[in-house]
Design a binder for this molecule. Structure first.
Ligand SMILES: [Zn+2]
Ligand SMILES: [Zn+2]
Length: 261
């Protein structure tokens, strides 16, 4: 007879890359957005420009349970208008019952106040409440941690059964990120800069590909995927820089890619 925890062990997490470019998308791409399917729920992580269109190739948006917005930079949240109108239309025509749960930074008032008016479509939850206390949806448990970035921006980790997935969103290097990502089966880490751009890291609040590799090595993760890619940078350069400091598996995000964690 299977015990409940044995069933949970084999479920894992499924991630689909909806967009992985920043601060703009190339011709066939989109800005940051990811579909996480785990614990019986469908969650969109960030909704940068163009990502909601790509989501619809992979999931009927009526089946979304939640949207998590890491921060209010356009390459992470600008499709919120699209999400709002799609959810609103489906509630009006009866094809969806409930507003969408939206986790977002609550201390920065601009977009938060705008979304607060969309009560027919969104149920807003401030991310700040779940930095030490875990949030949960279905069988999925998740936490947030505040990054070093010009806007209030949060890393997030998700645990389902024995599987751990970490998405950094945007940040420059800071020590506690290592503990937050510790032992992850899969680390989706921004690599906005090349090692040659190191001088910009602190100023812009981003990591180089080498720093992403260093984070993966220090946190002893199993698989590092580089994302938040500047469209003009040769991918092989970023890959090589991360691989030079991390001996585990390294790959590059591409639009439409699916990963089982
Ligand atoms: Zn940002
Ligand atoms: Zn960004």
């Amino acid at each position: 007879m299977l015990m409940w925890y044995q069933v949970r062990q084999v479920k894992g997490l499924e991630l689909t890359v909806l967009g992985c470019h920043a601060p703009y998308a190339p011709a066939d791409g989109a800005c940051n957005g990811y579909l996480l399917q785990a614990g019986g729920v469908n969650i969109m992580l960030d909704c940068g420009n163009g990502s909601f269109a790509v989501l619809q190739k992979h999931l009927d948006f009526r089946k979304l349970h939640a949207l998590i917005i890491s921060h209010y930079h356009p390459d992470h949240f600008h499709d919120y208008h699209c999400v709002r109108h799609a959810i609103g239309g489906s509630i009006r025509d009866g094809s969806r019952q409930n507003p969408l749960l939206v986790y977002a930074p609550g201390a920065e008032t601009g977009p938060w106040n705008e979304m607060a008016k969309w009560q027919d479509e969104f149920i807003l939850i401030p991310i700040e409440e779940y930095q030490r206390v875990p949030a949960s949806l279905g069988d999925l448990v998740f936490h947030f941690q505040k990054n070093k970035h010009p806007k209030d921006c949060f890393s997030m980790n998700f645990i389902e059964g024995n599987a751990k997935f970490v998405y950094t969103s945007d940040t420059s290097w800071y020590g506690p990120l290592v503990e937050f990502a510790w032992g992850a089966d899969f680390l989706l880490c921004e690599a906005s800069l090349r090692n040659a751009d190191m001088a910009l890291s602190e100023e812009k609040g981003h990591l180089t590909a080498g720093q992403a590799g260093r984070l993966a090595a220090k946190a002893e993760v199993k698989h590092l995927m580089l994302t938040h890619l500047w469209p003009e940078f040769p991918p092989y350069v970023l890959l090589r820089e991360a691989q030079s400091v991390f001996a585990g598996k390294v790959s590059l995000a591409t639009t439409g890619l699916k990963i089982s964690i």
